[in-house]
Design a protein around this ligand. Structure first.
Ligand SMILES: Cc1cc2nc3c(=O)[nH]c(=O)nc-3n(C[C@H](O)[C@H](O)[C@H](O)COP(=O)(O)OP(=O)(O)OC[C@H]3O[C@@H](n4cnc5c(N)ncnc54)[C@H](O)[C@@H]3O)c2cc1C
Length: 515
């Protein structure tokens, strides 16, 4: 393992990330093996794992921490292929660009393209989404993870336990190796749909979402369309993993390159800040109407239901975040990090705390990120070592500590529901729901309050926050499963009309088949 002396400028780089917050670095280490990582975890109390620092939420800002730069763990160690399917083993410091360059040489690709400098470790930690939303999140592509948790245990995490690591933003341990599914490279093609009337967008999207051959449904406001060189109208860019689209070859590649650089086009007009609001489909329209009224530029991924508004000024952002909350939007892509801890509700926080404490009871990793542990953050575990006390007791102490801290800062409403929520963490969603229903049946007088609780809980289950078999783990970034859908002939005809730009006036806006 290398511990390199840094000059002042290099230290400044390690103190910041895409959020532009700045913290202090104690030292930077460059592990080369899983055992190096284990050594670091066993010998330090304040550790920040780091890929390329491209996250936008302060997820790897140090606070006098040992920064673990994963870039020297950069090997693609194995590759298996059988016909049209393949698997690849990558170390956590390999970037998505490097991986795809290597895979291209053997006719394969990994389809979740994030920012090209992002490392696979960072992408797994953030549960990244590619710009082609139809491929889902990286979690859907992981077979196995090699991981050193905050206790210093080397673990092989299989599919059923991915939520302990994937999307946890490096607060439970350090990912060292990942086994990923890959696909053969297929020539992509695209079609464009443009309109001046926003109301034409929604019925078209509803239909296109049914087509499994479509891997990208990008939506652009007129202003952002203009920045990309299109007419200033609403645009849907429809991407296919085949030659079904009208635009192919180099022209298609040029447009896809532009799409990858969306952020830079907006930055060039001083729109440096953005949000990533994920909604149920029916809410998107209301949100987009609101953005149009405020003349706020945006683009969206309509496969995943995420809209990205961009801001030049904090006042606009405050108003937009209020609207996102009102419409029950949740952070869709950027993660939580240091700057969005207020976006988690009490139940989500409790679930994350539980997983965190299972893997990192001494709170060594990414202190102050995602969820707070007040007593521990102030250094109460200083000097304690693994084995000083039974871990289970420790976990219980920490939970009680954090419950006490939470209740100090909670509103009266929070305090009243606290005990019930903790109890609920041990029940499956079905048990929880049954419990609520029994209460409702038994106590007419409490029906109103309980109705609200049922509604809230059902909403959380529906949003994928809690799933059967996942209680006690975090699935905050999960998406609802997309089940294969049969497409009717009339839907296919309609989609083909759009592809060939043959939608005539009579067809527009006509919602023939209710989905
Ligand atoms: C221009 C631009 C475009 C972007 N486009 C996308 C996009 O399309 N999709 C998307 O999802 N995101 C996107 N992002 C956000 C960012 O690229 C992702 O969050 C990415 O996953 C971060 O990877 P990284 O290697 O830079 O991780 P870092 O920023 O270094 O770290 C992110 C988090 O992961 C943790 N971490 C890093 N490595 C490890 C490891 N080995 N083990 C455990 N924890 C680790 C860190 O502690 C931190 O909490 C974009 C950002 C920019 C600036």
């Amino acid at each position: 393992m290398e511990i390199t002396k840094m000059n002042k400028n290099e230290m400044v780089c390690y103190g910041t990330d895409g959020s532009k917050l700045v913290g202090d670095v104690e030292k930077v280490v460059f592990p080369k093996t899983c055992l190096d990582v284990q050594k670091i975890i066993n010998s330090s109390n304040n550790i920040v794992p780091r890929g390329s620092g491209s996250n936008l939420v302060g997820a790897c800002i140090p606070n006098n921490s040992v920064v673990v730069d994963m870039k020297k763990m950069n090997k693609v160690t194995d590759f298996e292929s059988a016909g049209t399917s393949g698997k690849v083993f990558v170390e956590a410091g390999v970037t998505i660009k490097e991986l795809n360059e290597k895979l291209k040489a053997v006719g394969f690709e990994f389809p979740i393209f994030s920012d090209e400098c992002s490392t696979l470790g960072g992408m797994v930690a953030m549960n990244s989404i590619g710009y082609m939303g139809g491929y889902g999140r990286i979690k859907d592509w992981i077979e196995e993870i090699e991981f050193v948790n905050g206790r210093g245990d080397i673990l092989n995490i299989s599919k059923s336990d991915l939520s302990d690591v994937c999307g946890m933003e490096g607060i439970t341990g350090i990912i060292t190796k990942i086994k990923l599914r890959i696909v053969p490279v297929v020539e992509k093609s695209i079609s464009l749909f443009q309109t001046q009337d926003i109301n034409e967008i929604w019925p078209i999207i509803k239909r296109l979402k049914l087509d499994e051959g479509i891997v990208m449904l990008r939506f652009y406001s007129p202003f952002v369309s203009g920045l990309l060189g299109f007419p200033e109208k609403y645009h849907i860019i429809i991407g296919f993993n085949s030659d079904r689209g009208r635009i192919k070859g180099q022209e298609c590649k040029n447009i896809l390159e532009k799409i990858k650089k969306n952020y830079y086009y907006l930055h060039s007009k001083n729109y440096y800040d953005s949000e990533d609001a994920e909604f149920f489909f029916d809410r998107i329209k209301e949100f987009v109407d609101f953005l149009d009224r405020l003349q706020i530029p945006y683009f969206g991924d309509l496969h995943l239901g995420i809209i990205y508004p961009f801001f030049r000024d904090d006042r606009e952002k405050v108003e937009v975040v209020k609207m996102i909350n009102r419409l029950n939007g949740k952070p869709g892509k950027y993660g939580i990090g240091m700057i969005r801890k207020d976006r988690l509700d009490v139940l989500q926080k409790k679930i994350i705390q539980r997983v965190k404490l299972r893997h990192d009871p001494f709170v060594k990793l990414n202190k102050g990120k995602v969820v707070d542990f007040f007593g521990v953050e102030e250094g109460k575990v200083e000097g304690k070592n693994k084995g000083d006390e039974s871990t289970d007791n420790l976990i219980q102490d920490r939970l009680e500590e954090s419950n006490q801290e939470d209740s100090k800062s909670s509103s009266v409403e929070d305090i009243e529901t606290e005990t019930e929520e903790n109890k609920l963490l041990f029940e499956t969603p079905e048990e929880k729901m049954e419990g609520f229903i029994k209460k409702v049946e038994g106590k007419e007088s409490e029906v109103n309050g309980l109705d609200k609780e049922i509604e809230k809980f059902a909403g959380q289950v529906a949003m994928g926050i809690v799933e059967k078999g996942d209680v006690g783990k975090v699935v905050m970034d999960d998406n609802l499963d997309r089940k294969p859908v049969e497409i009717s002939k009339s839907d296919k005809d309609w989609i083909n009309k759009i592809m060939l730009n043959k939608v005539d006036e009579d067809d527009k806006g006509e919602d023939k088949n209710e989905d």
